[in-house]
Design a protein around this ligand. Structure first.
Ligand code: SF4
Length: 700
């Protein structure tokens, strides 16, 4: 029996686990928790059951063309013919590429390079736009660098107070909760979530702002912090700039005004500020609840402003962080599958970055396309004049996970060519002209970067089933097929060997491409990771003869990453959500995750034990709200917005705001929560407004 020390395939906690496979194909595969700092030997039920998908009967093991099995040469030749013809007729941007935050670093890197070099397209983005882009942009502008947690998770063990703004860690990443046990917790969430309940029962606080009002709450907190004499004047003077401008806005947000807009009482606001200011070791963490908004960047900035006023970021034992969601949500946004980025977290419109990366890739910098459309805008342009006419999708189930998915489905259906690489015939794969079966986590090598910026080794425990290839093999073979059909008029061809399929070879190239960038991996190697070193980026390569760089578990202790070393207060003002409840759509809808499922549910809905826990979608409703709509617990209902309707079974809950309902987003077809969500975008991050739209409830 081979056993591999690897990590869970799902969320960004990347719990350590051992995977043991028998010698024969199809032999049972066992998962066991492994001691690792983020999970300390714990796993949630998603991790425990992850191996069930490896031999799942619905697993794809042959390429499909319009639903019919074909061999790999036929499938790849067909795709290459179609892409070459489209490029010849309509130019390189007629082909789009869509990646995912679950892809390994090597895949994210090769996918971005494949788009820019093999296809020559600027139209590449990924589903991290639905996840981390607001927090990333806010962290970048405040601190000069975006790393979700700029400290190890284990630092939270010693906290006196932890504020969780829009995070439901008790369900999304249960082992994370073990790091909070010593702290008084404050949970900010319109739902009485499992996390809020645990905090309240342990003597903490639960604040329930109106959906879309988090920014106003943060402004009110900053007002109170200053008005009640908690401003850390020395820290603000020595380590920050911009306080006066931020205060000019917050000064207008006296607590009664904040209460009127958010519904959070002045007493609770005061208690939160008093707790945070009075603690010696304190942390404030945001997550999707406050970030998935058309004002997500400003909202996170408002919370960062509060922590700066209290002297928290970059102070030992305290800090600000954001809890990354997807397994490689951190690494996935660093290595070039994002429309505006090149590897190493470089900006694609930075001439020096282009020169550096083009040099590593062996192509002229001028041949690299510029920034393309962001995810929602890319999807909205599919099949329309000037938009992509073909889309290649890796690691994303768009017709479940994208906002206003009814429109996304029509755009996908309008394409000349849709190619999906996945494990199963997901809802998106069902629309594809060609589906390519790819390997799973325990069948491949690579690296992931967890929520604290630590680079981890994903290790292979068993071979993929016959007929299945890794994503890297797919990209490598497709690049070769495109090269064979390349029109010399398109400019210089990629150099020979530009698209290897061996993970370690690709990681070595990624190291060079990231060298000197904000997310510098050049000092990290498979050998160091395999030796058990805990390496958080930045970890630059150092000259030979000098001890290897130890990585950077804690950022900002001496200086922030802006050239002057100071963090920035950003003046931000509250703006209401893009859509307000009215007589026709009187309720707020918000969406999120539940314990038994992960993201679009493409994997967890196929795990019998998890499907038995949550077999179909539900909508959480306060009993009085349900009664006003003439609906009872257990009733099949439709949740209707201006964009569409989602089916669900009504579930009474207590503690949820009576003006708000909650839908999980893990279900497909008519149960897809994103049939109702609003694709309004944040002007900076292009994050959609998943967490606040106007709906009504109807009997099904
Ligand atoms: Fe750990 Fe997340 Fe996997 Fe659960 S889903 S076992 S919390 S990594």
């Amino acid at each position: 029996m081979d056993s591999a020390a690897t990590h869970c395939p799902y969320c960004a906690l990347q719990c350590g686990m051992s995977v043991t496979a028998g010698p024969g194909a199809g032999d049972p595969v066992e998962v066991a928790p492994r001691e690792f700092p983020t999970n300390r030997g714990g796993l949630c039920q998603k991790g425990w059951t992850a191996a069930e998908l490896l031999h799942h009967p619905e697993r794809l093991t042959t390429p499909l063309r319009r639903g019919e099995p074909v061999d790999w040469d036929t499938a790849l030749g067909y795709i290459a013919d179609r892409l070459t013809a489209l490029r010849g007729a309509h130019g390189p941007d007629s082909v789009g590429v869509f990646g995912g935050g679950g892809l390994t670093n090597e895949k994210a890197y090769l996918l971005g390079k494949f788009a820019r070099v093999a296809l020559g397209t600027s139209q590449v983005d990924y589903n991290g736009r639905f996840c981390m882009s607001s927090a990333a942009a806010a962290g970048g502008r405040a601190f000069g660098l975006d790393r979700g947690l700029p400290f190890p998770v284990t630092d939270l063990d010693d906290a006196d107070v932890v504020v969780l703004a829009g995070a439901n860690v008790a369900e999304t990443m249960p082992p994370f909760v073990s790091h909070l046990r010593g702290a008084r917790q404050v949970v900010i969430d319109p739902r009485y979530s499992a996390t809020a309940r645990a905090a309240a029962q342990a003597g903490g606080l639960h604040l329930r702002p109106t959906p879309g009002s988090d920014l106003a709450l943060a402004l009110g907190m900053l007002h109170l912090a200053v008005a009640e004499g908690y401003l850390d004047k020395t820290y603000v003077a020595e380590r920050t700039t911009g306080f006066d401008a931020a205060w000019r806005v917050a000064a207008q947000w006296w607590p009664e005004r904040a209460e009127r807009v958010t519904g959070v009482s002045v007493a609770d606001q005061r208690e939160l500020v008093r707790l945070l200011a009075g603690a010696r070791r304190r942390y404030l963490l945001t997550a999707r609840g406050v970030e998935q908004s058309a004002h997500g960047v400003d909202t996170v900035s408002a919370w960062i402003n509060l922590t700066l006023a209290l002297g928290m970021p970059g102070t030992p034992g305290s800090g600000f962080g954001t809890i990354t969601g997807q397994g490689n949500g951190q690494g996935g946004r660093e290595h070039g599958q994002k429309a505006d980025q090149l590897p190493g977290y470089r900006k694609i419109d930075d001439p020096a970055a282009r020169e550096h990366v083009a040099g590593v890739w062996g192509v002229p910098a001028a041949s690299l396309p510029g920034p393309g459309r962001s995810a929602v805008e890319l999807l909205a342009a599919l099949g329309l004049p000037g938009g992509p006419r073909a889309l290649l999708v890796f690691g994303s189930n768009l017709v479940v996970s994208a906002p206003d998915t009814g429109s996304v489905r029509s755009r996908l259906e309008s394409l000349d060519l849709l190619v999906v690489a996945d494990l199963f015939r997901t809802e998106t794969a069902r629309l594809a002209d060609v589906v390519l079966p790819v390997a799973q986590w325990a069948e491949e090598e690579g690296t992931m970067t967890n929520l604290e910026g630590r680079v981890l080794r994903r290790r292979r425990a068993l071979a993929p089933p016959p007929g299945v290839r890794t994503d890297l093999q797919v990209l490598s073979a497709l690049a070769a097929a495109l090269d064979a059909r390349r029109d010399p008029a398109w400019g210089p061809a990629p150099p020979p060997g530009a698209f290897p399929d061996q993970p370690e070879v690709i990681f070595e190239e990624l190291r060079r491409a990231s060298a000197g960038g904000p997310a510098d991996y050049s000092g990290i190697s498979y050998a160091r990771l395999d030796a058990g070193e805990a390496l958080h980026w930045p970890c630059p390569a150092l000259p030979s003869g000098v001890a290897a760089h130890p990585g950077t578990p804690r950022l900002f202790l001496d200086r922030f990453a802006h050239p002057d070393g100071r963090a920035r207060f950003i003046p931000v003002e509250h703006t209401a959500p893009a859509e307000q409840p009215d007589a026709e759509f009187p309720l707020w809808a918000t969406t999120g995750r539940v314990l038994a499922h992960y993201q679009s549910g493409a994997q967890t809905r196929r795990v019998a034990e998890l499907a038995a826990v949550e077999p179909r979608s539900f909508v959480e409703v306060d009993p009085d709200t349900a009664a006003r709509a003439g609906l009872a617990d257990g009733t099949p209902v439709r949740v209707v917005s201006r964009r569409g309707a989602a089916s669900a079974v009504l579930r009474y809950v207590t503690g949820l705001r009576p003006d708000t309902i909650f839908l999980p987003f893990h279900f497909g077809a008519e149960q897809t929560a994103n049939l109702v969500t609003n694709p309004a975008l944040d002007p900076i991050s292009r994050m959609p407004e998943f967490k606040a739209c106007a709906v009504r409830l109807e009997p099904a």
